[in-house]
Design a protein. Structure first.
Lengths: 421, 540
């Protein structure tokens, strides 16, 4: 296989492939014209839940300390790692990402994470998704705050979605976002939405002044007003979503047959419909590999293969649109540098991130590497966090949307520098 | 808009005792509202006839009876079809574990593997049957609280498919209305938890002699010096697994970062090394302390010294569990969670303190804590009435109860639960499922509830049916235009708001315009489906 040499070559090639794969399916009635030279910007946030072991994803393959502390799960030349530069290599299961790196649309960030030292999944995820490490009084998500800060009156109601039944914390907040009920039958669903329209309609229906005597009960009902609003949003946005996905057909293309593959395929479909979608969030659970993580083979390898195939298919599917679409992959923390006794690793500190597309300066491993000598480790056991995840998110928002995060967007945060865009 | 005045006037006749009162927040709940509230929070909503029964015996008396569960013969009959839930672990595995002998066909293998999943299916179905039909509703409501508090999950795989049957019966149900300390100890020693949070594989690092022994053995076996060294290196890495120790502190007792630090996590993990089970194909999966895996020596935990004991390190772990169960942080944490669950997503501070005190005074006696909460003024305050958003589980169970549904087969219901994001015993995260609106109220999720509501009422949920007599109690003299009010009383005894009433009228009018002889068994299911999907029914 020949690798595309430059970003432009890659995008052109990807666009051609995607068009070929979807011949006949692209004739969406929702799209008035083919995408203009510059497609609208969008950000897709992929969260690997459980604390993914970044050290075996972007591997310090020549570091002898690495091989010493991971005698069972280590990856080196013999295991067929894919070198990125003289220091780092990709896990062999991430092979589909290698061409993206070579064509400079993929940027790995090492030792990224949160300055807060918690090793609790739930706290670490909350802190990261709210962009507010250690601050329990911040309840909105960073994506929701972006949406709220840039909302225009009368703007699209369909700016954000999550590919799961329940919204992730990054999208919780004042700005509405659709949690897609992925299991619902489309046709039946449409009928259902229609039948509940009046129950969740705008305002209180007629004759209110004549109900003075019923005041107590109306206030009773007002407690459920949040439910009503949520229901109304459900009807409006789900209708839009169904229109778009129905028009796009259901071919799988190059995406693997997995939940994550399906989710990214649908996001690409909605993005390509130019329906005003700016932000999408996808969860990939199950990275908490205390046991049987494995090295060249094992649970992590299987998940990485699925992840990488999906991301590569997504990049190809978007084609030139990848120039304006940024996919950020993150995880709440990395894992212990040394393997544990169960062919796995425990909760650690520094992890990593992947940025794909959106004009990122790819083809380079970003971040500050300190080695694996005991005195270079956090608490003597974990990768130190040398890049604050908020630096990456801020750079991403700026890079793809031109949105400069205002001062308190990330509360209690001192911006650091990245050269990602 | 259609004229609605006549309907409104009549609606007032059906609207219940709140009519014409002062704005809420000033008046105490009426007796009927108290009964509705009790049935909404201490039960999965009223089933047909429940409200009348509670009013007859009195709310206080009903609560007392709920706190001392009585035998429920009708429920036992319904559970007869799930024989595996009564089997001991040994019997269960003897009977269901697949023995894949060599030379069996692919079809035989598939059959055996399906058969292995029978206990899981029976357990989950039995849980739904209990939640819907048990007359001891509070036991079920609290059982689910603890099931999530001490979360374990089938998603962990391996022996979970057998262990959880025993876990549910011997740990959750046996302690739901017992003492917290004994409960915590039971969770800590059950194979389901030891497996789910990996404590069974946590061990002290090997000694130098043991490493030399390993190296020698491997060298002799493989004839390779390098392999021997590798094996020793590998063995050196085998050791402590902090997973259970962390969740024990964070989720089961003190709450995240309350009173403990990372060094406490490690020390607790060390104290619990060797806590394991007698597993394997011929094991009985009973708790087993393995002294050879135990990290010897004194430990310092939460500022206190836990003395090591060479002969039996078991006592160290037991001491830790006892210390945690009696810790004031635990009382506060459990009280907060229970008040949030039973009263309000924003737990009133005073009530939390009251419950925490009851917890400490009674040595963690769960009924005493619940009595303190339910006996408080806050529990009955109007601002907490109909103020909690139902989780998908609560929504589904309450819908099944409100319609008097009979469950012939619950697998389709279990699938719906998974679709709504809350599969029973399928929460991967040790947090268990959250019980707050913040976790569940998103645009999008409502669609699945609506779908389920219509499917249930209109008879499209496989394995579930609303009995025909459900529609029989509509008074013959009641004009069809008023059927909606009769049904509203059945589904929403707390009443419906004007928007819902108006929307129901639209449906009624449409139906009546098209029908010569109105039939409650035709219009009724439509209205009930809509009532179950209404905003009011999502609250409790």
């Amino acid at each position: 296989m020949t690798h595309a040499a430059t970003r432009r070559d890659f995008l052109r090639q990807a666009a051609a492939l995607a068009a070929a794969a979807h011949t006949g399916l692209l004739a969406s009635p929702l799209r008035a014209a083919p995408p203009a030279a510059k497609t609208p910007p969008a950000l897709v946030a992929v969260f690997l839940r459980g604390g993914a072991d970044w050290l075996n994803m972007v591997v310090p393959w020549k570091d002898s300390d690495y091989h010493t502390v991971r005698p069972t799960i280590r990856l080196g030349e013999d295991e067929g790692v894919l070198p990125l530069d003289s220091r780092f290599a990709l896990h062999p299961a991430l092979a589909p990402l290698a061409p993206l790196y070579q064509s400079k649309v993929l940027a790995p960030v090492i030792n990224a994470g949160s300055p807060h030292g918690t090793r609790s999944h739930f706290d670490a995820q909350d802190f990261m998704e709210r962009g507010a490490p250690g601050l329990r009084n911040i309840t909105s998500g960073w994506l929701s705050r972006y949406l709220a800060a840039t909302a225009k009156p009368g703007g699209s109601e369909f700016r954000a979605l999550a590919m799961k039944e329940v919204l992730p914390r990054s999208l919780r907040g004042d700005h509405p976002a659709l949690a897609v009920p992925t299991s619902m039958d489309k046709k039946k669903g449409q009928l259902t939405l229609g039948r509940f329209e009046e129950f969740y309609g705008d305002g209180m229906p007629g004759a209110e002044s004549e109900q003075g005597a019923m005041k107590g009960r109306d206030e009773e009902a007002a407690k459920g007003e949040e439910v009503v609003q949520s229901g109304r949003m459900t009807i409006d946005t789900l209708r839009r979503y169904h229109e778009i996905t129905a028009a796009a057909g259901s071919g799988r293309g190059a995406y693997p047959a997995s939940r994550f593959g399906d989710a990214m395929r649908i996001i690409a479909t909605v993005l390509k419909a130019d329906a005003g979608l700016e932000v999408a969030a996808v969860d990939y659970p199950g990275w908490d590999h205390h046991i049987n993580q494995g090295g060249i083979e094992g649970r992590q390898q299987q998940m990485l293969a699925d992840y990488a195939q999906t991301m590569a298919a997504f990049a190809a599917d978007l084609g030139e649109r990848l120039e304006t679409t940024l996919a950020v992959t993150m995880t709440e923390f990395g894992r212990t540098v040394a393997e544990n006794g169960n062919n796995g690793t425990d909760h650690g500190r520094g992890g990593g991130m992947f940025l794909l597309g959106g004009g990122v300066k790819g083809g380079k491993v970003h971040g500050d590497w300190r080695g694996l000598q005991p005195d270079a480790l956090a608490d003597g056991r974990d990768l130190p966090v040398t890049t604050d995840f908020r630096d990456v998110l801020a750079a991403g928002l700026d890079g793809v949307f031109g949105f400069r995060a205002p001062k308190d967007f990330f509360p209690d945060y001192k911006p650091g520098r990245t050269k990602l865009f | 808009m259609k004229p609605r005045h006549p309907v409104f006037i009549l609606a007032c006749l059906f609207a219940g005792p709140l009519m014409g009162q002062e704005p809420e927040g000033t008046l105490p709940l009426t007796e009927r509202e108290r009964a509705v509230h009790a049935l909404s929070r201490l039960a999965y909503g009223p089933a047909p006839g429940d409200l009348e029964r509670v009013l007859e015996i009195g709310v206080e008396e009903w609560i007392e009876r709920q706190l001392s569960p009585q035998a429920d013969a009708a429920l036992e009959d319904r559970l007869a079809g799930f024989p595996s839930i009564r089997l001991s672990l040994v019997d269960l595995m003897d009977q269901y574990q697949a023995v894949l002998e060599e030379g069996i066909s692919a079809e035989e293998r598939r059959w055996l593997q399906r058969y292995e999943n029978q206990p899981r299916s029976e357990l989950l179905q039995s849980l739904l049957v209990r939640a819907v039909h048990s007359s001891n509703q509070l036991e079920e409501v609290l059982g689910d609280f603890w099931r999530n508090h001490f979360n374990v999950s089938y998603t962990k795989g391996g022996p979970s498919k057998f262990l959880l049957t025993d876990w549910e019966r011997e740990v959750i149900r046996a302690h739901t209305l017992g003492k917290f300390g004994a409960f915590l100890a039971a969770t800590a020693k059950h194979a389901a938890m030891l497996h789910y949070l990996d404590n069974a594989s946590s061990r002290r690092p090997p000694t130098k002699q043991e490493l030399a022994e390993i190296e020698r053995k491997v060298r002799r076996r493989t004839g390779s010096r390098e392999r021997g060294e590798e094996a020793a290196q590998l063995a050196l890495q085998r050791g402590l697994n902090e997973n259970y120790a962390r969740e024990l502190l964070e989720l089961h007792t003190l709450g995240v970062d309350n009173y403990y630090k990372q060094k406490d996590v490690i020390a607790v993990a060390e104290a619990l090394t060797g806590w394991s089970y007698n597993g394997g194909r011929n094991g009985d999966w009973a708790f087993l302390f393995r002294n050879d895996m135990h990290a010897q020596g004194d430990k310092r935990i939460l500022g206190r010294r836990v003395k090591g004991d060479r002969d039996s390190g078991l006592a160290e772990g037991e001491q830790v569990i006892e210390m945690l169960a009696g810790h004031k942080g635990t009382a506060q944490f459990i009280a907060t969670k229970l008040v949030r669950y039973l009263v309000n997503d924003e737990p009133p501070e005073g009530l939390v303190d009251l419950a925490a005190k009851a917890f400490q005074k009674s040595d963690g006696d769960i009924p005493t804590v619940v009595r303190a909460i339910v006996g408080s003024d806050e529990f009955w305050a109007r601002e907490n009435y109909r103020a909690k958003f139902k989780t998908p589980y609560e929504f589904m169970i309450s819908a099944l109860r409100a319609t008097g549904a009979e469950l012939q087969e619950s697998e389709p219901l279990l699938r719906s639960m998974i679709e709504m994001g809350q599969g029973v015993y399928l929460c991967d995260d040790p947090t268990g499922w959250y019980d707050t609106a913040e976790a569940w109220l998103d645009p999008g999720v409502m669609a699945l509830r609506w779908q389920f509501a219509l499917d249930l009422a209109e008879g499209r949920v496989a394995g579930v049916s609303i009995p025909p007599e459900y529609w029989d109690d509509v008074p013959d003299s009641l004009p069809p235009r008023l059927w909606q009010h009769h049904l509203t009383q059945k589904i929403l005894p707390g009443g419906a708001g004007p928007r819902t009433r108006a929307a129901l009228s639209t449906v009624t009018d449409d139906y009546l315009a098209k029908t010569r002889v109105p039939d409650i068994s035709r219009l009724g299911p439509q209205l009930v489906g809509l009532l179950l999907g209404s905003p009011e029914f999502q609250q409790q």
